[in-house]
Design a protein around this ligand. Structure first.
Ligand SMILES: C[S@@+](CC[C@H](N)C(=O)[O-])C[C@H]1O[C@@H](n2cnc3c(N)ncnc32)[C@H](O)[C@@H]1O
Ligand code: SF4
Ligand code: SF4
Length: 484
């Protein structure tokens, strides 16, 4: 089944161009140095006469609602039940959001030069990366392309979303919109306008199905039938609603053909879908062809909560991780049942290192859910997918939410110097280089970590940010699979 393995001999005796295509096919790096994830729906809410920042979303993805189980399998900080009283009028305008992106992008470009010139070699030494391979890594990151992920509760409900996509594309960014698809389902005029100048990628989520058969069932429905079934889902079942909305949005592609953007499906893995995860993934890719799949374990460390993954769930995940690692080396797509999964060998090796290190202990599930896995603020080179979102800073004079260099999931890395559109380029650069680490030193509860694939980013960011307790096992795995 395994057709050709990139063994040690192969990788070191190869021409540079061959090495390049292997690193690319294993998904170790992208042709970019950094990315920007911006929460476009951060806003303010009043509580006891104080102004707090919050997230605006029209969904409720939580495990419980008023103490009663919702059927959902994770908690999201943007769920509307967690953000009651939010004032929509305090969402930043598209203009401010584009300004924030530009500020961070300029700093990323500066940092790129500095990193390649002054830091890449020491990274290579610390993590035993051979010189030939490091040269190839350099070719990947020595690139000014920047991906901008429009993110946050539900970016499609921002009133300037179409303008932002157009503006950012015209400035040369690669634009991904992570959305639920609800607006596309409910407002045909929005779809028409979106298709006049679509983003490069639409990322959707499919975290909740009532068994594998349901994937087939929804995929075989007409658009109208999907809408009719969706309308019967109780509003507290945010994850279930999203699965219908996502399939609707994917099926809409039939009406637009090649004009439609690329599609990516995020899939949070939890006890329910891990039981038969292999069939779940293969059925998804069969029912929804030409959709890239991005599975990752449910996260809870960022909110200091224990993992919802059980020991059994971890066992299923362990087998799945092994299979995905192997699948990176299958050359023929038709022989690879996981060919739809975005390749990211380093990410799966990192997960495997945690599963090896903490095997048969309760700690395994917490680490896999982020606590003690990887940290964006651990060393230079890590956390190059920079986030702009809300902070926990209470400021009763502020008029607009968001715009802070921080993290959507955990605010302990928030830049206390204010909103990014008011900072200088040097301020932004120093945040990424040093301030983020200083902020965390001051934090009473530093973020324990996460395993969100987009944030873990490439092999360099992954290795630098990997928890030190996992490094030995990780390096052994890397040697076994990649040869160094
Ligand atoms: C925060 S949402 C924002 C975009 C959009 N509202 C959506 O749900 O796709 C982005 C992704 O985060 C995932 N997510 C939310 N909370 C999570 C958690 N606790 N663990 C893992 N994934 C989570 C969602 O499934 C979704 O794929
Ligand atoms: S739709 Fe997305 S942002 Fe909104 S609550 Fe669900 S996961 Fe969070
Ligand atoms: S490790 Fe960094 S990116 Fe991940 S949740 Fe924590 S603060 Fe956010």
């Amino acid at each position: 089944m395994r057709q050709q393995v990139l063994n040690k001999e192969l990788i070191f005796s190869d021409e540079k161009s061959n090495l390049f295509s292997k690193v690319e096919s294993l998904g170790l790096l992208n042709k970019m140095f950094g990315g920007i994830q911006i929460d476009v729906n951060a806003a303010l809410k009043k509580n006891n006469n104080e102004l707090f920042e919050a997230h605006m979303c029209d969904h409720n993805c939580t495990i419980k609602w008023n103490g009663v189980e919702t059927g959902g399998n994770y908690d999201c900080p943007a769920a509307f039940s967690q953000n009651l009283g939010i004032n929509k009028k305090t969402i930043a305008t598209g203009e401010l959001i584009v300004k924030a992106v530009e500020k961070v992008a300029n700093s990323i470009k500066d940092l790129k030069h500095d990193f390649i010139l002054n830091k890449l070699d020491s990274y290579g030494k610390e993590f035993n990366v051979p010189a030939q391979v490091l040269e190839v890594y350099k070719d990947f990151i020595d690139c000014d392309d920047i991906e901008v992920a429009l993110f946050g509760g539900s970016p499609e409900i921002h009133s300037d979303i179409l303008w932002m996509i157009e503006e950012l594309k015209s400035k040369g960014y690669i634009v991904t919109v992570t959305m639920t698809g609800r607006r596309l389902m409910l407002q045909p005029s929005f779809v028409e306008k979106l298709m006049e100048n679509p983003p490069h990628v639409i990322a959707l989520s499919a975290d909740d199905f009532d068994g594998i058969e349901q994937i087939e069932h929804i995929s075989n429905l007409s658009l109208e039938e999907i809408k009719a079934e969706w309308a019967k889902i109780p509003k507290q079942f945010g994850q279930r609603q999203k699965a219908y909305e996502a399939i609707y949005t994917i099926k809409l592609r039939e009406q637009y053909g090649d004009r439609y953007p690329k599609l990516l499906l995020n899939i949070a893995l939890h006890d329910q879908n891990l039981v038969n995860v292999s069939e779940f993934i293969t059925r998804l890719s069969k029912c929804l062809p030409d959709v890239a799949l991005n599975p990752f374990p449910v996260q809870s460390g960022f909110m200091y909560s224990p993992s919802p993954l059980s020991i059994e769930g971890i066992e299923y995940l362990n087998n799945f991780v092994d299979e995905i690692i192997e699948s990176h080396f299958i050359e023929e797509t038709k022989n690879n049942k996981y060919s739809a999964i975005v390749p990211r060998l380093h990410y799966w090796l990192m997960l495997k290192s945690a599963l090896v290190r903490w095997r048969d202990t309760n700690k395994a599930s917490d680490v896999i859910s982020g606590d003690g896995f990887w940290r964006c603020y651990q060393g230079i080179g890590s956390g190059r997918y920079i986030q702009i979102t809300s902070s926990d800073i209470v400021d009763n004079n502020q008029k607009v939410g968001g715009g802070c260099l921080s993290c959507f999931w955990n605010k302990s890395v928030a830049d206390s110097r204010g909103k990014v559109w008011d900072l200088s380029k040097d301020d932004v650069t120093s945040y990424i280089l040093t301030e983020r680490e200083s902020e965390i030193q001051k934090a009473s509860m530093p973020c324990p970590g996460c395993a969100f694939p987009r944030l873990v980013f490439d092999v360099i960011s992954g290795e630098v940010g990997l928890d030190k307790s996992l490094l030995d096992d990780y390096l052994k795995l890397r040697k076994k699979y990649v040869g160094y």
